[in-house]
Design a protein around this ligand. Sequence first.
Ligand code: 13P
Ligand code: SF4
Length: 426
Amino acid sequence: MVTQQTDSNESVAQNITRLNLLAPESTCSTDLASNPWDTATGYGPGASQEDKIPANYPKQGSIPQQYLNASDAELDTRILAAKEKLGEKAVILGHFYQRDEVVKYADFVGDSFQLANAALTKDKAEAIVFCGVHFMAETADILSRDDQAVILPNLAAGCSMADMADGPSVQQCWEELTALYADEEDDGRMPVIPVTYMNCSAELKAFVGRNGGLVCTSSNAATVLEWAFERGRRVLFFPDQHLGRNTAKAMGVPLEQMPMWSPRKELGGNDSQTLLDAKVILWHGFCSVHKRFTPAQIAKAREDFPGVQVIVHPECPMEVVDAADSAGSTDFIQKAIAAATEPTTFAIGTEINMVNRLAAQYPQHTIFCLDPVICPCSTMYRIHPGYLAWVLEELVEGRVVNQITVPAEQQGDAKIALERMLAAKP
Ligand code: 13P
Ligand code: SF4
């Protein structure tokens, strides 16, 4: 069981390096222990290594040899020195799933939306160094001032779930659906409202903004769906089928009214009547980290630790959410643990870096990851301290590298979709 194999005093990367020799079967890929210096054509070792990469996936070019050769101690000294020189001119953001070796330099640690907003509170920051994944950096670019540069230290840090919905496939789906619903009687509501999870490209945020829809996060998905149902008969929800299904099910939408849309199939693989009867059309996307959690893991945790509190992320499959005690966003999970006044055992269904950090932060509780195999979000994991040292030292020299810039034609509509989400807040 992973709780015996991992050591919460060690970072996930240190655990992986140690277990690679002692118990390689306890990590999902022995390649995790190697450095991420390649300009890989794949997502890299980890939970998403089996996922298919879209043709336009950003590639990280090579970085100077000095960063590849530097020891951990040297990188530490250099990062701290660059941070000191930059002062308030740069703000470093770290997602909850980011590795400890990088998160320790962050000025803010949080979920994707908290981080995008955190950058706004740093008025003097000319550079926002986002130690997360590509869609998070894009969101920060949409919300930040034009004179602030958003930097993603490793361009290969994408999100395989976000990449499961691309602009042309969603446009094709939209055209098929709007044609199908064109003959319906007008009752003052839109036939279908597009809702996208924050984990998507800026192109898709702009698409929903343009078409009367909005963005949601895992903490406000129910509020956003309520907003959409007040204005439309149905919702097209992408890219995460699980967040869509779990949220709509909790609101009372029957499973038969939630067909799945498989891109590249005619009518997404459905017949017309199913789509006419639908309340929520779910895109065939998922997170490879959260897909690993199973009801059997929960049953085992309950057997091993009677009284255990099981909390999972709503990106987990429905059977897992149903078997858990509660489900919620990364922020929800963290707050639930912070609120526990008595020593408690928590089994958590989310990314291992966050779970291990919570275990170290709250030693009065027993906290472990439901997945017995260490399998970090492989794209987040690609932000190695070497990349952070590189982008910071370039900034000290007045050069911006790895800037993430959302095209001007997407900025406005994407911002509308985000603002609708904020306005929908209860
Ligand atoms: P948050 O929106 O909670 O930061 O989660 C992002 C994510 O990628 C979860 O897998
Ligand atoms: Fe994307 Fe899953 Fe990683 Fe989150 S955990 S960034 S959804 S691949």
